[in-house]
Unconditional design. Structure first.
Length: 399
């Protein structure tokens, strides 16, 4: 079985062995994982990096009926999401955005899981789920408005069943658990999914969410995108066991899926959501993937990881993998790819023009709604800020 229940056990590393105690050990471990020589436990995979379809007795039934049109749709989602992400990175480098958290390399995990959801399911993202936002119908420019500092999210969470981005690491897992407990009391058969990363898996909020969701049998899927680096911290410094095995201690199943395989992510997420709807409680999905870019545009990944590791994972590119499958199965021709390339460029242009046209927010809006009845300290800070703003006009001769 690939899926491990609470009764499953995997031998742990000897207690006398220290994980990541030297830089050499860390580099060796990461290179092995990157090259695919020792990526840990078996993972659910339906498409190999070469684009070959492989059978899986447990999860094939969730994608066996998928049509060529739907496969092209998954490919289109990933391509357009990557194009949008690349444009956002360029805009930040040009000073148009304050910061950007790229999803480069994680498109399959996000699109696969995002397309497994029903409209009435509710999503609790962190701050990198641009592909999931795309699947939920959130306009990309709304995401960029937040990173430009002109809105606080820009979309109505209830309009798309997609919560606003969460910057506080891991806290959204508790929000998702509480929401899932609530819809259970309402008698709904909807499900909830919470996205977080390998770094967030070490947060206390995540452990609390696991505890409450298990005890109350909440219909929530915990979707961990293990891109193997929590900024500069490798996963081996986050856990002594594969992350999906953490579910065992809380009493619910965990499964590791090839995070660069969009079909596997679609199938595994459908399975986990099916469990939730059937009243079987939470599931932890660990999408084993790789962050091919920087943690954010303020990060320099060359300071803590090597080119060999990155190149090994580029060979497993999720978009190239699905393209190879589409071509080998005659599900797409050159006309489709050419048309998509044009659509991709048009999206980049639309996003770029929309961001540059965004009006600046009211500088004094930050002082509003801090207290229901106002506050003397806020009034003082507003006056100081007004004086600071006025100093620029005085320096410019009142112009």
């Amino acid at each position: 079985m690939t899926v491990e229940s609470t009764a499953a056990r995997t031998p742990r590393r000897s207690a006398g062995t220290k994980a990541g105690t030297t830089g050499a050990k860390r580099t060796t471990s990461k290179k092995a994982a990157g090259a695919g020589k020792s990526a840990g436990p078996a993972l659910v995979q339906l498409l190999t990096p070469e684009g070959k379809r492989v059978k899986n007795a447990e999860f094939d039934r969730y994608v066996d009926g998928i049509t060529a049109e739907e496969l092209r749709g998954l490919y289109r989602d990933m391509v357009l999401t990557r194009r949008f992400d690349a444009e956002a990175t360029a805009l930040q480098r040009q000073g148009e955005l304050g910061l950007w958290a790229s999803l480069l390399g994680q498109e399959a995990a996000q699109i696969g899981s995002g397309r497994a959801l029903r409209d009435d399911d509710y999503v609790f993202p962190t701050y990198r789920e641009h592909g999931v936002a795309w699947c939920r119908g959130v306009d990309p420019t709304n995401l960029l408005g937040m990173f430009r500092g002109v809105n606080n999210g820009g979309w109505d969470p209830n309009g798309n069943n997609f919560h606003l981005y969460t910057i506080v690491i891991g806290s959204q897992t508790l929000h998702a658990t509480g929401y899932a407990m609530g819809i259970t009391k309402d008698g709904s058969d909807s499900a909830v999914i919470a996205y977080f990363g390998d770094g967030a898996s070490s947060q206390g909020d995540v452990a609390e969410a696991f505890t409450f969701s298990a005890v109350y049998n909440a219909p929530v899927v915990f979707f961990c995108q293990n891109n193997q680096w929590a900024i500069s911290e490798p996963t081996e410094k986050q856990s002594r066991v594969p992350l999906y095995q953490r579910a065992q201690g809380f009493g619910f199943p965990g499964v590791r899926v090839d995070g660069n395989d969009v079909l596997a992510n679609l199938a595994v997420t459908k399975w986990a959501l099916e469990r939730a709807r059937a009243g079987e409680g939470p599931t932890l999905v660990e999408a084993f993937t790789y962050r091919m870019g920087a943690h954010t545009t303020s990060d320099d990944p060359t300071r803590y990881r090597g080119d060999e590791e990155r190149l090994a994972w580029e060979a497993k590119d999720p978009i190239l993998r699905l393209r190879r499958f589409l071509e080998s199965a005659n599900h797409a021709d050159e006309g489709f790819f050419a048309e998509l390339e044009s659509e991709s460029e048009a999206l980049g242009k639309r996003v770029r023009e929309a961001v540059r046209a965004m009006p600046d927010p009211d500088h004094f809006a930050i002082f509003e709604n801090v207290y229901a009845d106002g506050h003397a300290l806020v009034d003082e800070e507003r006056a100081q800020f007004a004086a600071y703003q006025a100093s620029f006009a005085d320096a410019d001769g009142g112009k």
